[in-house]
Design a binder for this molecule. Structure first.
Ligand SMILES: Cc1ncc(COP(=O)(O)O)c(C=O)c1O
Length: 503
């Protein structure tokens, strides 16, 4: 029996749920994920997976049987019809000259509806998990670029060797030893185009449709989308204030064979939480015991505001299975498109080959300039400066949330990074709150993007790009919107008129 590669039905779109189940099955057939003769999961199972009523799934199946898309065999289950017609799939029979491109694309879902309207006037961008452009050290970086070109000349503008620009790789090994992890040798490093490419290469190298990936729940939406695009089934492990729950992870590893565990132990996106030291050791040991690789995404480990974070997983004993990913995107600027993978040489060798197939090379010019910039002392000066700026923003955000948010809301308290997670009372929906705040220019990311399943009452606030003097105004708009939603829900529960549209 085939597993339907759908983990959640999009409840933000209008329309009855059974129609969404129907549309998703039709879409999977058009994309080739379901083929004629494939058996569908029993209605009860699919309903449980999607968090729906069994009746909802049954109606969707029944209608598709009536329309000739599915066939039902008593006692044997429901199958995709063996003789499917184009009509049944809603595909024109060549009469139209227009391509339906969405049916040609493989793997990647169409983008979600744009939740962010065009904001005229003052925008308070709590949705942007990026460093503040106003703090970019442009002049110093320009000098590093110029110097690199003058000293290294034309060769800098050629394709790079497979592992990266040799001088950059040497610099990186020293830099990592000073800041994140020591004892790395040349053949354990691969330079890539940002950590997103590192994740993509890992996906290409490790994942086939139907494979399982274990992640923290919630996790980085860009990684979830990416792994799903390879047809992976994602299992989320709950977190608490000390990060990923190792006991939960162990239960999963005892029954599944995931291709890897993807984790952000340091200032996790979206919660900003750290995995506690003892748990780091437990995770490395657990993964080694089950022989499951761990992908450690250390994207913002250097942006700490209180104490330095615990050691990286890759620097702990027994770390052979850890594939470490780093990037300057958050501590400096993301437009460099530099990132690095540190792993056992067999893994680096293989990922290097996958990278060559994907894009031939990364920019040597930018690697050389970044190394020069760092070696001149400008990077550590810049890190001090942004740590001070973001700490002030983090403190202001926590203070404003404390002062303004209504009872029943809670939030994480990050010691670094640029984001935190707010949890609303569970009967509220963050996307509805966003509709209200967006009208006033206050944007944030709804939690459903980060949670493997549901998460609709959470939201992520990023403070890196919001000037400190705008934070309290933004939180006030958010808090007022949450209070309004609470009032409206209460009114609906009591059957009173409210500001909700009465549909
Ligand atoms: C957790 C995490 N990993 C990786 C990335 C990708 O970063 P880059 O490709 O710029 O290095 C991001 C970007 O926001 C992120 O939040």
């Amino acid at each position: 029996m085939i597993r339907l590669p759908m983990t959640e039905i999009d409840r933000t779109k209008p329309g009855p749920l059974f129609l969404k189940v129907k549309e998703e099955i039709l879409r999977q057939i058009r994309l080739g994920g379901l083929r004629p003769g494939d058996r569908l999961p029993p209605t009860r199972q699919l309903a449980t997976e999607l968090g729906l009523n069994r009746g909802t799934v049954s109606v969707a199946y029944e209608q598709l049987v009536d329309e000739g898309v599915l066939e039902s065999h008593v006692g044997r289950g429901t199958y995709v019809a063996t003789e499917l017609t184009m009509d049944a799939l809603g595909i024109s029979n060549g009469a139209s000259s227009e391509y339906k491109w969405v049916d040609h694309f493989a793997g990647i879902d169409p983008p979600p509806p744009n939740l962010y309207p065009q904001v005229n006037g003052n925008l308070i961008p709590f949705h942007r998990n990026v460093p503040d452009e106003a703090l970019f050290p442009i002049d110093t970086f320009r000098v590093s670029l110029d110097e690199s070109l003058s000293i290294e000349g034309e060769r800098l503008l050629s394709y790079a060797p497979k592992a990266g620009h040799p001088k950059f790789v040497s610099f990186l090994i020293d830099y990592l030893a000073e800041n994140r992890l020591g004892g790395v040798s040349q053949n354990e490093v691969l330079v890539v185009n940002g950590s997103q490419q590192a994740l993509d290469l890992i996906g290409r190298a490790f994942l086939r449709p139907g494979d399982t990936v274990v992640v923290e729940n919630p996790s980085y939406s860009g990684a979830l989308e990416l792994f799903r695009s390879f047809g992976a089934r994602i299992i989320g492990v709950d977190m608490d204030e000390f990060g990923l729950r190792i006991d939960e992870a162990e239960k999963i590893l005892a029954r599944e064979r995931p291709k890897f565990i993807y984790t952000m132990p340091t200032f996790q996106n979206p919660t900003g939480r750290n995995l506690a030291s003892a748990r780091r050791e437990q995770l490395v040991r657990l993964a080694a015991r089950y022989e499951v690789p761990v992908i450690e995404d250390d994207f913002d480990g250097e942006l700490f505001y209180d104490n330095p974070p615990p050691p990286t997983l890759k620097s702990l004993p027994g770390n052979q299975g850890v594939i470490y990913i780093g990037t300057p995107s958050k501590m400096l600027f993301p437009g460099l498109r530099i990132g690095w993978i540190v792993a056992e040489d067999a893994v680096v060798e293989h990922l290097g080959r996958v990278k060559q197939i994907a894009d031939l090379s990364s920019s040597q010019l930018l690697q050389a300039a970044f190394a020069r910039f760092a070696q001149s002392g400008a990077l550590s000066k810049h890190k001090d400066r942004v740590r001070r700026a973001y700490k002030e923003r983090r403190d202001q955000l926590l203070q404003s949330l404390e002062k303004r948010m209504p009872e029943g809301c809670s939030w994480s308290r990050p010691g670094g990074g640029m984001s935190l997670l707010v949890s609303l009372p569970s009967h509220l929906r963050a996307d509805r709150v966003l509709e209200i705040t967006a009208d006033q220019g206050v944007l944030f990311s709804p939690g459903s993007w980060f949670f493997v399943n549901r998460g609709h009452h959470h939201l992520r606030l990023c403070f890196g790009s919001v000037p400190v003097e705008q934070i309290d105004t933004g939180v006030k708009v958010l808090a007022d919107a949450v209070k309004r939603e609470l009032r409206d829900r209460r009114a609906v529960a009591l059957g009173k008129p409210s500001s909700l549209p009465q549909v």
